[in-house]
Design a protein around this ligand. Structure first.
Ligand code: SF4
Ligand code: SF4
Ligand code: FES
Length: 236
């Protein structure tokens, strides 16, 4: 007989349930290296087809299966089942409205992402071939470009929970920094102007939950600090 894993999964269908509840499941641990996403897939495909969650790549690339796992945000597809305390408590990302079960409404998060205009902006004429970067300039993007917008950091940030309407949160600020440090971008001044705001940027109190939550091991706190330093530097 194979070993099993016990899970307690957040369930809520606003059209059917008066309130959310936790539902228990038992899943066989029948092959090595199983991840939490494998367990959710087993539940959906073998036990209960009504369980609803997002996933796509299964490899930590698309950022769609961010969820709260035993109280810590992470990606189900790269979280090994072995070693998780049981029952494994699986909840939606905190601080976002639940659409159904583990699926949250990310519209506000992506609205905030649009606010930082996440594309290359230039004023100089387009070169015949490409806008070149030195290896050192390219290296400035390391630790920034890898963000997959999973929102694990933003939804673990207490400042974003309390001021999320106006504070952009760690993911979006890290993305803003990605364009600020890009040597090819020519809108740095405008980008810093837009961020220099008591709420949009300065609600970060360096609590560092974001860094601990990031499944890609990025450091949004450092990115936020770098933006603040650039704003300070241009004043002197
Ligand atoms: S360091 Fe800033 S952005 Fe990160 S969790 Fe703390 S307050 Fe939020
Ligand atoms: S910084 Fe990390 S946790 Fe935050 S959205 Fe990007 S990949 Fe996800
Ligand atoms: S399914 Fe794509 S990151 Fe997990």
């Amino acid at each position: 007989m194979s070993e099993t894993v016990r899970l307690s999964v957040f369930r809520y269908d606003p059209e059917r349930d008066e309130r959310p509840f936790m539902q228990g499941y038992e899943v066989p641990l029948n092959r090595p290296g199983m991840k939490l996403l494998d367990a959710l897939n087993y539940i959906k495909w073998e036990l209960d087809g009504s369980l609803t969650y997002r996933r796509s790549c299964g490899e930590g690339i698309c950022g769609s299966d961010g969820m709260n796992i035993n109280g810590v945000n992470g990606l189900a597809c790269i979280t090994p089942l072995a070693g998780l305390k049981q029952p494994v408590h699986v909840r939606p990302l905190p601080g976002m409205p639940v659409i159904r079960d583990l699926v949250v409404d990310m519209d506000h998060f992506f609205d905030q992402y649009r606010q930082i205009q996440p594309w290359l902006q230039t004023t100089t004429p387009t070169p015949e071939h490409e806008r070149l970067q030195s290896p050192a300039e390219r290296a400035e993007l390391d630790g920034q470009y890898e963000c997959i917008l999973c929102a694990c950091c933003t939804t673990s940030c207490p400042s974003w929970w309390w001021n999320g309407e106006r504070f952009l949160g760690p993911a979006v600020l890290l993305q803003a920094n990605r364009w600020i440090v890009d040597s090819r971008d020519e809108a740095t001044g405008k980008r810093l102007d837009q961020l220099e705001d008591a709420f949009r940027l300065y609600r970060c109190h360096q609590i560092m939950n974001c860094m601990e939550a990031c499944p890609k091991e990025l450091n949004p706190t450092a990115a936020i600090d770098s933006i603040k330093r650039k704003i300070l530097a241009r004043k002197s």
